[in-house]
Design a protein around this ligand. Structure first.
Ligand code: GTP
Ligand code: MG
Length: 335
């Protein structure tokens, strides 16, 4: 299926573009939300530095990577400097401190996969999860945010794909489908692979940012303001890109052999990573390499049942983009 011939014969491609952009605009958080986040961070910071003067708080995840929708909860990382701390002890202490302030539903969940303190701030209405020393997440948040500054189409595409995944129920890691983080990596990789490319591969460029976290060397080119106009040789519109994205995952991706890798800006073979068979719970049925933790497959949550659900959803979306006169209705139809 050739999307050029398709999009050219569609007189309404402009209208479809406008619809996608309107959806994107409606999901962007308003400026005052950022202000409220800052307000809550300042409050948390006051409590934390009083107890642990050396500690620092960082925002991570969608509230800081530029791929967050309006009214999202925020993810916060408490960086303690010392790696040999008892996280559970710190979190219980933190929960105690925060309970004494005007915060609601303060709870330490010390036995979760990622142990956290949860709370709700009635002043700003924001809910928040605080974890300890999860610095790789802070660094990959910066990487995603830096990518989003290079070409606006990344943010637009990722918003549409996340909105589709949430509407269709395929953004649920506990049910074996993919995290928002995984979908954003898929979008970055997809835009790196367009011809001409819309995004560069920052980790293959000159190192301008370097940090060692949990024995992982994280380095890449972060002077992204110098890359303005990088993708301008490619004139594809958001509607074309959404169409091609679904078409790629429905009909072109080689699930048996390929790993998508934004670290290299190319496809890597499953064989080279020894991701060809199930090891423990990692089945590697759809392979998405983490940019820094390269042994980490974001597709590891996907099992035999959920890979079928995912692929059927990609096929459904591609089909709608291909034939439906008004794709925006069906594409985001609740499942
Ligand atoms: P929303 O769905 O809008 O909340 O997006 P989000 O980006 O906050 O979602 P998500 O919960 O997927 O990710 C939170 C952050 O955790 C990511 O931005 C990454 O920085 C980090 N992270 C690192 N490794 C993983 C992983 O294996 N799975 C997930 N889900 N997140 C990871
Ligand atoms: Mg989140």
């Amino acid at each position: 299926r050739n999307y050029r011939s398709r999009t050219e014969c569609r007189g309404d491609i402009q209208r479809l573009n406008a619809s996608f952009l309107a959806i994107y605009e409606s999901l962007i958080p308003p400026e005052e939300e950022k202000e409220k986040q800052k307000q809550l961070m300042a409050l948390l910071d006051k409590h934390v530095t009083k107890e642990w003067p050396e500690a620092r708080l960082f925002l991570y995840g969608s509230c800081a990577n530029s791929f967050g929708f309006r009214k999202s909860d925020i993810d916060v990382c408490l960086a303690m400097g010392d790696a040999d701390i008892d996280k559970a002890e710190i979190l219980l202490k933190l929960a105690d401190i925060l309970k004494s302030d005007n915060l609601e539903n303060v709870q330490a969940l010390t036995r979760a996969r990622v142990p956290i303190v949860k709370l709700m701030d009635p002043t700003t209405g924001i809910s928040c999860d605080i974890c300890v020393n999860n610095l790789l997440a802070v660094i990959n948040t910066k990487l995603l945010r830096d990518y989003s500054k290079i070409d606006i189409r990344l943010r637009q595409l990722a918003f549409i794909i996340k909105h589709w995944a949430k509407s269709r129920g395929v953004n649920e890691t506990y049910q074996g489908t993919l995290s928002s983080y995984a979908y954003v990596l898929m979008c970055i990789h997809f835009l790196q692979m367009r011809t001409p490319s819309i995004l560069p591969c920052l980790q293959e460029m000159e190192t301008t940012y370097k940090i060692n976290v949990d024995n992982v060397e994280c380095c890449y080119f972060d002077k992204v303001e110098k890359l303005e106009g990088f993708g301008s040789r490619n004139g594809e519109s958001i509607a074309q890109l959404v169409w091609a994205f679904f078409n790629y995952w429905a009909h072109s991706h080689d699930y048996a052999n390929d790993v998508i890798s934004i670290r290299t800006g190319s496809l890597v073979s499953k064989r080279a990573k020894d991701w060809t068979r199930r090891i423990g719970n990692d089945r590697h049925l759809i392979c998405i390499e983490d940019p820094f933790e390269v042994t980490h497959d974001l597709g590891r949550v996907v099992d035999k049942r959920s890979i079928r659900v995912l692929r059927e959803e990609f096929e459904r979306a591609a089909e709608i983009m291909q034939y439906d006169p008004n794709p925006c209705v069906k594409l985001f139809e609740p499942y």
